[in-house]
Write a protein that binds this ligand. Structure first.
Ligand SMILES: Nc1ncnc2c1ncn2[C@@H]1O[C@H](COP(=O)(O)OP(=O)(O)OP(=O)(O)O)[C@@H](O)[C@H]1O
Length: 239
């Protein structure tokens, strides 16, 4: 479904992707981990179109999207959330999701409203539909961020630290929403520092460091590998 082919990207001296290649198959759920500054969010930018690579190619559903903008990639089926949620603060929760259903999924009229309400239900936001986005607390803002991404009807969902800053029960609530999306067949690529949220949901972990893939495989194998422990946990050891 998604193929990054020898992508390189640097900001001055900072290398965020170094000949990086990665594939995600239809319906896969992949966790992305790595130390701060490893290039995880930049990788999402390269996939969603927020960033252009210096070299290399991004392919989605068999076609090159390297030169396609974010709106075009969204319409093709790449949905993303941002680490810091980006709702329209003065719009209501429903209006925020409606914009995503209209702009991202091309829904119109009553069908758009029905689609937006269905997503609000799924994200547990139905009771807050009339609330302005700026009035929401952290968990509800994270839910809304997820709902806006889901409303674009993605085939691939990029999740950037949706669990950060939440309590364990709140994390569990968000994990349930992601699991339901997976059950519908969405592929998920998920950056998360809350590793237990990831490992309860994904079947593959990729570890990045210095813009390179240093681990890729079953979560337990990746977390136990020497290369990953050295860069991610700062402690050599393991297999
Ligand atoms: N637009 C930019 N201009 C200059 N430097 C940038 C830009 N975006 C990211 N960087 C730098 O690139 C490096 C990688 O950042 P990135 O946000 O991709 O890492 P990350 O793995 O997501 O980190 P974190 O876990 O802290 O969110 C960092 O050193 C960051 O400061």
């Amino acid at each position: 479904m998604l193929e990054l082919d020898r992508i390189s990207k640097r900001f001055g001296q900072v290398v965020v992707a170094d000949e990086l290649s990665l594939q995600v198959g239809a319906g896969d759920a992949v966790g992305l981990v790595g130390p701060n500054g490893a290039g995880k969010t930049s990788l999402f930018g390269l996939v969603s179109g927020d960033l252009s690579p210096d070299s290399g190619e991004v392919r989605f559903l068999g076609r090159s999207v390297t030169r396609l903008d974010t709106a075009g990639r969204c319409r093709l089926g790449i949905g993303r959330t941002y680490q810091v949620p980006r709702p329209f603060p003065e719009l209501t929760v429903l209006e925020n999701v409606l914009v995503a259903a209209q702009q991202g999924a091309g829904e119109r009229g009553r069908a758009a409203v029905a689609a937006a309400r269905a997503v609000l239900d799924r994200a547990g936001l139905a009771p807050l539909a009339a609330r302005r986005a700026r009035q929401l607390g952290l968990l509800q803002r994270k839910r809304l961020e997820l709902a806006r991404a889901l409303a674009t009807r993605p085939a691939l969902l990029l999740l950037d630290e949706v669990a950060g800053g939440l309590t364990d029960p709140e994390v569990a609530e968000l994990v349930d929403i992601v699991r339901a999306a997976r059950a519908d067949g969405l592929a998920v690529l998920w950056i998360e520092h809350v590793v237990r949220a990831l490992t309860s949901t994904v079947d593959r972990l990729v570890c990045l460091a210095g813009g390179r893939v240093v681990g890729d495989g079953r979560p337990e194998d990746v977390l136990a590998s020497r290369a990953v422990r050295e860069v991610f946990l700062g402690t050599p050891g393991g297999a």
